[in-house]
Ligand binder design. Structure first.
Ligand SMILES: C[S@@+](CC[C@H](N)C(=O)[O-])C[C@H]1O[C@@H](n2cnc3c(N)ncnc32)[C@H](O)[C@@H]1O
Length: 191
């Protein structure tokens, strides 16, 4: 099996990737994570999806590519330049791209629960985790990447990651699988 052979990319992928590279935005999800997000998104027909940290919209495009026509995705980003790229290329009525601070958004959210959360920013992952996991439906997926140590991690980040993983593993209400693959993925399901 050649897991690097990733077919059926989102239509907008190449264009967004090109602009992302030109902007030197290095925090975008890789192809493996993108492909996994698309596949998992397809398990939630008529689902409500949330992404925290849109960046330029690469993962957003993958998630949208896996969603059916009755699903919808809200994606939150606080950097206007980055989300502008996503807005330019992802013109999909199922996708709401929201320029706001995710800390404030999480603390003020009182809407319906989500079936799928891709938490790709500090808020919703290392911060306000309890609130964010509380937004998940039973059977809902909470997905995070960037869990494997990187040379550019700031001092103390590795310990933060370990503590975060331990905190999740201590809970009885979650099923967790850790994938030592891509940038280090965790797939978490709410019981
Ligand atoms: C890892 S990148 C996201 C990459 C993107 N999901 C992708 O897969 O291409 C994290 C993003 O979170 C955004 N971010 C950081 N703090 C934020 C906050 N408080 N509110 C909203 N977005 C935030 C950053 O600007 C950055 O674009």
């Amino acid at each position: 099996m050649n897991d690097a052979m990733i077919l059926r990319m989102p239509e907008t992928y190449d264009k967004i990737r090109e602009v992302t590279t030109e902007m030197r935005f290095t925090m975008a999800s890789d192809l493996y994570t993108g492909s996994l997000l698309k596949t998992l998104a397809a398990t939630k027909p008529a689902g409500l999806f949330l992404e925290l940290g849109t960046g330029t919209g690469l993962a957003t495009a993958w998630i949208a590519a896996g969603m059916d026509e009755h699903s919808s995705l809200v994606s939150i980003e606080n950097n206007a330049l980055l989300i502008e790229v996503a807005k330019k290329y992802i013109t999909d009525s199922r996708v709401a791209l929201v320029l706001t601070d995710a800390y404030e958004w999480i603390l003020n959210y009182h809407g319906p629960r989500f079936d799928f959360i891709f938490a790709d920013a500090m808020p919703g992952k290392y911060d306000l985790f309890e609130e964010t996991i509380g937004f998940l439906n039973r059977g809902g997926l909470y997905i995070i990447d960037d869990m494997l140590a990187q040379p550019n991690w700031p001092a103390g980040h590795e310990e933060k990651v370990e503590n975060f993983i331990n905190q999740m593993e201590e809970r009885d209400d979650l099923h967790i699988t850790k994938l030592n693959w891509s940038t280090g993925i965790m797939i978490v399901v709410k019981k």
